[in-house]
Every structure is written in C-alpha cells, then in structure tokens.
Design a binder for this molecule. Structure first.
Ligand SMILES: NC(=O)c1ccc[n+]([C@@H]2O[C@H](COP(=O)([O-])OP(=O)(O)OC[C@H]3O[C@@H](n4cnc5c(N)ncnc54)[C@H](OP(=O)(O)O)[C@@H]3O)[C@@H](O)[C@H]2O)c1
Length: 165
C-alpha cells in the first residue's frame, strides 16, 4: 500500500546534512523550493531541528516529535512516538505529510516513505550529521530539476519513488 509520506532533504555530495545543529549552507533558492513544495501540507519535524529553525514553519501543520511530555507548543501538534504519528497518517489518508528532518526522524520514516525528494548540493562540506544510507534497489528516479541560485552552486533536486517488487 502506498503511503502519504515524503521525505525531503538537502544533502551535500558527501552525505552531510547538518553541522552543529545547523544547516551547513544558506541557499535561499533551495529554501524557496522547500517552501513551495511543503506549503499547505503537514510537516514532521524532530525536536532538534525545530530548535535549530527556532520557530514553527508558517502555512503548514507542524508535527514536532519529542519524548518531552511537558512540551506545549501553541499552534503545533506535539507527538511523542512514531506510533502516535502513525495514527495521524492513517486518519488523514488524503493529506500529504513531509518529513523534513533531522537525521533521527529521517531514519524513523525511511521504511514508510513513498517518495524521497533530495536536493543534491555539489559541495564537499564538513558536518556531523549525515543522511541515512538508502538502498538504491528500493528507489526509482522519476524526476530531476536544477535549482538555479545566485551562488552558482550546482544543485539538482531529485525525486525518487519507492519500488515495489
Ligand atoms: N539538510 C537538511 O535537509 C536538514 C533538514 C533537517 C535537519 N537538518 C539537520 O539535522 C540535524 C538535526 O538532526 P538530529 O538527528 O540531530 O535531530 P532531529 O532528528 O531533528 O531531532 C531529534 C529529536 O527528535 C525527537 N525524537 C526523535 N525520534 C523520536 C521518537 N521516536 N520518539 C520521540 N521523540 C523522538 C527527540 O527529541 P527529545 O530529545 O526532545 O526527546 C530527539 O532528540 C541538524 O544539524 C539540522 O540542521 C538538516
């Protein structure tokens, strides 16, 4: 059965996605693409990534994942387990859920995701967080688009769909 879950990530050539709980680059055009794709949908966010962004993302339903049962965030859905989010996914089959990171949350949803959207950023950067290994046999490239940007960093946004055997 196809799921309503998409993982969306920006990744350097060496697999780096973060450094010191921040994104290791600032590319407004890539962020704009992320905004266009995720706006008006649901996003699933790990607590560390939420803290790193420093706010809820507007025009999206924010599901923040944490083990902290005392955390209350006005305007967000605070979730405490994978199972709790599963209830939401199943209850809202017509809605799209985008897993926007970080690493631990990508790992959690990788076996469930139907689509991966990976912005491949042609930079070798230092980092302390890497996107999890994916098995290429499980994914089919269905679309790719170049993201032009003022810094002239080559960026290709690749869409993969899960392969069913
Ligand atoms: N390049 C990109 O596209 C991209 C996107 C997003 C983030 N990032 C980067 O990724 C890094 C952060 O990733 P991260 O792996 O350290 O942190 P994270 O995934 O953002 O957040 C981890 C936190 O989420 C909560 N959590 C995770 N799994 C849970 C579960 N099963 N049940 C309950 N709570 C759970 C826990 O919060 P509690 O500790 O509160 O329990 C955990 O400490 C940063 O460097 C960030 O900049 C990069």
């Amino acid at each position: 059965m196809k799921s309503n879950v998409t993982i969306i990530v920006a990744m350097a050539k060496n697999g780096v996605i973060g450094k010191d709980n921040q994104m290791p680059w600032h590319i407004p055009e890539e962020l704009e693409s992320f905004k266009q794709i995720t706006s008006s949908h649901n996003i699933i966010v790990g607590k560390r990534t939420y803290e790193s962004i420093g706010k809820l993302l507007p025009n999206r339903k924010n599901y923040i994942l944490t083990s902290d049962r005392n955390l209350v965030l006005e305007g967000a859905f605070v979730m405490h387990s994978f199972g709790e989010i599963m209830f939401e996914l199943i209850a809202k089959p017509q809605e799209k859920f985008f897993v926007i990171g970080g690493k631990t949350v990508f790992e959690l949803f990788l076996t469930l995701a139907q689509t991966l959207i990976i912005s491949e950023i042609s930079l070798e950067v230092e980092g302390d967080v890497f996107f999890p290994e994916i098995n290429p046999k499980n994914w089919k490239l269905v679309k790719e688009e170049v993201i032009e940007n003022q810094q002239n960093i080559p960026i290709t946004q690749k869409y993969y769909e899960r392969v069913y055997f």
